[in-house]
Design a protein around this ligand. Structure first.
Ligand code: B16
Ligand code: MG
Length: 214
């Protein structure tokens, strides 16, 4: 097999939380009187919490101290975490679960590489606590995607070389991060449009064919 490990992005690959991010950011933006829509929300994919807020503030005419920014992102996260409580194992599709199980049976090491500081909480909601061999997330990095740190850490946690890992991503910043870390990558969703990935997956289970290639 071409790969020994697969590192999955979480939001947009294993599950979909963008509508919860949207609702939480919309609440904050409305309170601040800032225009915010789904299109701006799409730009926040794979981007860290504070960097997301900086993108939202592009439309803010006032000024804000670092402390005030911290307060607003903390508020957003509180709303977001409340919304995440709506998630359950039913939010994990049978296709994703069956594919993960099949990859595990093929002997591949499986990890998460997510910018989110809520990754473990989301995995718990999905009934996937303890499923992955390693979880590298927003809590163990100092630089977010497109920096490769989150994926390099995941490979280290798995004790695998970057060249033996395949990254699965839904964001351009994530594909850039994988390539910068010396890893091949597979794109799902909008990330396909960037034309940067080693593989473009029409559907998640296409991964089963990809990993069989030599
Ligand atoms: P949090 P991923 C990313 O997760 C999301 O795509 C992005 O929209 C979010 O801002 C980021 O996590 C940080 O999330 O506020 O929960 O720490 O796609 O890298 O799994
Ligand atoms: Mg993502």
């Amino acid at each position: 097999m071409r790969y020994k490990a697969i590192i999955f992005d979480l939001d947009g690959v294993i599950c979909h939380t963008d509508h919860y991010h949207y609702q939480a950011w919309k609440h904050v933006a409305d309170e601040l009187g800032i225009y915010f829509d789904e299109e701006i929300n799409n730009r926040l994919r794979g981007v860290s919490r504070m960097e997301s807020f900086e993108i939202i503030l592009e439309r803010y005419s006032g000024s804000m101290t670092k402390e005030e920014k911290e307060e607003w992102v903390t508020k957003k996260n509180g709303i977001y975490k409340e919304l995440l409580k709506n998630m359950s194992p039913a939010d994990l599709t049978a296709e994703v679960k069956d594919t993960l199980d099949a990859l595990r049976e093929m002997g591949l090491a499986l990890a998460i590489g997510s910018s989110s500081k809520n990754a473990r909480f989301i995995l718990e909601r999905l009934g996937l606590s303890g499923f992955f061999d390693a979880v590298s997330d927003g809590n163990n990095i100092t630089r977010s995607k497109p920096d490769p740190e989150v994926f390099i850490k995941a490979a280290e946690f798995l004790d695998k070389k970057p060249a033996d890992c395949l990254v699965v991503e839904d964001a351009k910043a994530g594909l850039e991060a994988a390539l910068a870390g010396g890893m091949e990558c597979a794109a799902v969703g909008d990330a396909i449009l960037s034309n940067m990935a080693t593989w473009n997956l029409k559907t998640f289970s296409d991964l089963l064919e990809v990993v069989k290639t030599i």
